[in-house]
Design a binder for this molecule. Structure first.
Ligand code: CTP
Ligand code: MG
Length: 227
């Protein structure tokens, strides 16, 4: 395929505090990673690179093969690094030669729907070099200095960034090669290399499972409707 989706799942999940890597934590009988991959395999056929904790590559492969159904041939599992950026780098090194477009997705955004992947891919296929799904910021946001408010920040100028973020492969490869410090996400790293980033509508279901409260929310969302 000319598309690859890198799913970064190598983080330790410090803020979740589940006592093991976050991607392997169950939402229901299925892990965060397994749920994330369900959305991935409902998008258009793509090489799927799962970047797993070095200690859990076997579990990640089991989840990936279960999610892949009859497309097991599309699955690659590699070990991640000590930062998200290093983990994405490891994923990039595993891309097949024919890949032209790359989506980078946080496994922690386990419930991101297939439609969101399609929206980002459509924008890439339309010729945009870098695509960021984002949502408006709902809360009023303040800039602070220590314990005091300095000013309100105009919400109209702000969006909340999500994943999957999509890029032309050549641009993402070059930007990663040029990167000389940690960036907050792939879009920031690609912007630092001088490329414009286009925005498409995000999806509330693509929220990131970060804290125990986020995991509770995900559990409620996947729970069967009582009848
Ligand atoms: N990630 C990764 N490799 C790392 C760090 C993060 O692949 N060294 C991945 C995580 O697995 C996650 C995504 O990047 O899917 C977003 O990171 P985050 O939500 O911060 O996850 P963790 O770093 O695991 O959590 P925490 O920051 O609370 O430790
Ligand atoms: Mg983290």
């Amino acid at each position: 395929p000319h598309v690859a989706i890198i799913v970064v799942a190598a983080g330790s999940g410090t803020r979740l505090g589940a006592g093991g890597p976050k991607a392997m934590v169950g939402i229901d009988e299925s892990s965060i990673l397994r749920h994330a991959l369900a959305g991935v395999f409902r998008a258009e056929p793509a090489q799927v690179v799962v970047v797993a904790p070095a200690t859990h590559q076997g579990d990640a492969l089991t989840d990936a093969l279960a999610a892949a159904g009859d497309r097991r041939d599309l699955v690659t599992v590699v070990a991640g690094g000590s930062t998200r950026q290093e983990s994405v780098s490891a994923g990039l090194r595993a891309l097949w030669p024919d890949v032209e477009y790359v989506l980078v997705h946080d496994a922690a955004r386990a419930l991101a729907p297939a439609e969101l992947f399609a929206r980002v891919l459509d924008a890439l296929h339309d010729g945009l070099p870098a695509v960021l799904p984002a949502l408006p910021v709902i809360d009023t946001v303040k800039r602070v200095a220590g314990p005091r408010v300095r000013e309100a920040v105009d919400r109209a100028d702000l969006v909340a960034a999500q994943t999957p973020q999509g890029f032309r492969r050549d641009i993402l490869d070059t930007a990663y090669r040029l990167a000389d410090h940690e960036h907050t996400d792939d879009a920031a790293l690609v912007a630092a290399a001088g490329h414009p980033i286009a925005i498409v509508d995000g999806d509330p279901l693509a929220f990131k499972i970060t804290t125990p409260a986020d995991l509770d929310r995900a559990r409620h969302l996947v729970a069967p409707v009582p009848r």
